[in-house]
Design a protein around this ligand. Structure first.
Ligand code: IPE
Ligand code: IPE
Ligand code: MG
Length: 252
């Protein structure tokens, strides 16, 4: 039971707590524009919000936290902005890895490894390897990630197994697909949070969010931290999850 790891006293109210919180960190550019600042400053402040959020997740005892940091579609942005984002990712790993490791954070990265510059790839691999046995919080960074590509890759993996005679077509079940996604072994998100007021999924975890509860917040990502994470969790706890079954509260 992962839930008992939750520091219940840290959160007000009742209702089940999420085991896995996934976040679409959106609105860095608009946060900066509102202040007449360049987008790069918005992204930099966004990294501070990542730090606050990871710390809060550890404090609250959330077992899994997934952060959408760069989508496969974000390559369509101007080269200068892409450079800023890659630079911030490198700096984040270099500066924060020791502290994250100390705090018992296990880092996993999901997404395409191709196209990522070798220097950054090496940093990512080192971070995952160093922290692989940690148990306080699993931090999943969705980097160069797109759900459709992830599902297509899973389909290829299974097709190759069938072609090689290692698997029969009727063994391709939903569980078999889950087991070859980048997120293999990670429970599906209970709660998906998106900041900045946008209400869309933008190619994030399409397979895994079949029964996830969504919370959309108007705040821009650089404003995010413990307080808004707690607010999202409080809203989640008011939801009734039915998973296609019948309501416990219904009288009929
Ligand atoms: C989120 O902020 C960061 C990434 C998508 C990498 P944006 O850069 O999307 O900011 P907005 O949505 O333009 O305000
Ligand atoms: C989603 O935000 C991707 C990340 C947060 C990394 P975008 O800003 O790229 O999404 P759209 O383009 O508004 O859908
Ligand atoms: Mg955006």
């Amino acid at each position: 039971m992962t839930e008992v790891r939750f520091k219940r006293e840290a959160l007000k109210g009742d209702g089940a707590l999420p085991t896995h919180v996934a976040i679409i960190m959106d609105g860095n550019g608009r946060w900066a524009a509102k202040r007449g600042l360049p987008r790069s400053i918005g992204h930099r402040k966004g990294v501070d919000a990542v730090r606050r959020t990871v710390r809060a997740a550890i404090d609250l005892g959330i077992p899994y936290l997934t952060l959408y940091s760069f989508s496969s579609e974000n390559w369509s942005r101007p080269a200068e902005e892409i450079d800023d984002l890659m630079g911030l990712m490198k700096r984040f790993i270099r500066r924060d890895l020791a502290e994250l490791h100390q705090a018992g954070v296990k880092i996993r990265v999901i997404g395409e490894r191709a196209n990522v510059e070798p220097e950054l790839m090496t940093l990512i691999e080192e971070a995952c390897e160093l922290t692989q046995n940690n148990q306080a919080l699993t931090l999943i960074i969705a980097f160069n990630y797109g759900a459709r590509a992830e599902i297509a890759k899973a389909a290829r993996t299974l097709a190759e197994a069938v072609a090689a005679g290692r698997m029969r077509p009727d063994e391709i079940t939903a569980n078999a697909i889950s087991s070859v996604l980048d997120t293999a072994g990670i429970p599906d998100p209970d709660l998906l949070v998106r900041t900045s007021g946008e209400m869309r999924v933008s190619n994030f975890l399409l397979w895994q969010i079949a029964y996830t509860e969504f919370v959309f917040l108007d705040a821009y990502w650089p404003e995010f931290g413990r307080e808004l994470l707690e607010e999202a969790i409080a809203r989640f706890r008011e939801r009734e999850r039915r998973f296609g079954g019948r309501s416990d509260r219904s009288t009929a």
